[in-house]
Design a protein around this ligand. Structure first.
Ligand code: NAI
Length: 337
């Protein structure tokens, strides 16, 4: 792909800190000179009032047409209220792979060094099937759905990804000792796929032990492959290893489209104050650029962020400093030039 190819990309600002951090990411991406036409569409709490849905048709159609989107976080009410727009987007567009890479960054406070882990999380089923029933007063069932189709698909994705990126090891996290049927099916599917990748080391680990290992010795992990709920939790543990949610990018990838977003949520506690860290969503933007073939620009953004962090002069509040979102944005843009 050449520098002058025009890309149309859907931009969903989202809720809370979403508009502030996506605006920063957009300006940083534009500063690389990449030719992107943004189509800004709504989703989130405000659309529930206006369109009576978390995911209006115009937003859904825009992602389907452009095939790539950069998305800010969207809030979801706890216990009741409307259903999650995030889960709806992932399921409706069949974005079956959730990719969450974490990497130690220079100058960012953390007890760990040299972390370089990619969590590959199944994104469409498991306990996120949304099938919950009150079967009798005071008794609720929540269905954990695991299929061989989705398990084989995510396992193939993870091993293909590992091979293409020259990764050495895939660790699958499970609890098949207890959930013998559901996690057992997932594990058996992964085993089948692992056989086709003899050059990649394959390892199985029970999820609770994996959580302890992630704290004691995280550098032993390379690619982590797991189900939806475990992946959700473990990827936030991983974000903690590299300095927190301000540094954890993510991608939801399907066969047709991909939606890039930070691992963090809408952070209502700091929204509208211009103090959120824009690095996680900007790194998600860099993943987006790689996905559309603009590798040079993606690398330029990653390098600019590293230089800002190495200098250590501009630190947002989560990093123990006083810099604003826009100051961090401008510092990154300054390093691009
Ligand atoms: P959260 O990630 O929004 O916030 C957790 C903590 O991290 C807060 O103290 C927040 O201030 C801080 N934080 C998060 N991002 C930050 C950033 N960029 N810079 C500095 N500090 C940051 O998680 P929480 O509070 O559990 O969820 C808030 C809302 O976000 C909920 O409605 C939840 O459903 C939604 N959410 C949406 C996601 C998405 O759109 N993909 C993912 C996770 C949560």
């Amino acid at each position: 792909m050449s520098h002058n190819d025009m890309h149309k990309v859907t931009l969903i600002p989202g809720d809370g800190i979403g508009p502030e951090v996506t605006d920063a990411a957009r300006k940083i991406i534009e500063a690389t000179g990449v030719n992107i036409e943004w189509e800004v569409v709504p989703a989130g709490a405000e659309t529930v009032e206006k369109y009576k849905t978390v995911l209006p048709d115009i937003t859904f159609e825009s992602i389907k047409r452009n095939k790539v989107a950069l998305k800010g976080p969207i809030g979801t009410p706890v216990a009741g209220g409307f259903k999650s727009a995030n889960v709806t987007i992932r399921k409706t567009l069949d974005l079956y792979a959730n990719l969450r890479p974490v990497r130690s960054l220079p100058g960012v406070k953390s007890k760990y060094e040299g972390i370089n882990i990619v969590v590959v999380r199944e994104n469409t089923e498991d306990l996120y099937s949304g099938l919950e029933y009150e079967i009798a007063p005071g008794v609720v069932e929540s269905l954990k759905v695991i299929t061989d189709k989705a398990s084989l698909r995510i396992a193939n994705f993870a091993f293909r990804f590992a091979k293409r990126r020259g990764r050495k090891k895939v660790t699958v996290l499970h609890k098949a000792n207890i959930m013998k049927l559901s996690d057992g099916l997932f594990l058996n599917c992964v085993r089948k796929v692992a056989k086709d990748y003899s050059q990649i080391e394959y390892e199985e680990m029970i999820i609770d032990n994996a959580c302890m290992q992630l704290i004691l010795n995280p550098n032993r992990f390379d690619v982590i492959l797991t189900e939806n709920l475990y992946g959700d939790i473990v990827s936030e543990v991983c974000a903690g290893l590299v300095g927190g949610l301000g540094f954890a990018p993510g991608a939801n990838i399907g066969d047709d489209c991909a939606v890039f977003e930070a691992a963090h949520g809408s952070a209502p506690d700091i929204a509208g104050k211009n103090i959120a860290n824009p690095i996680a969503i900007t790194l998600s933007g860099a993943l987006l650029l790689k996905y559309i073939g603009e590798n040079r620009e993606a690398k330029a953004i990653e390098n600019a962020i590293s230089r800002v962090l190495t200098k250590g002069e501009i630190l947002t509040k989560d990093m123990g400093g006083n810099a604003t979102t826009t100051e961090m944005r401008d510092a990154i843009i300054g390093e691009l030039k």
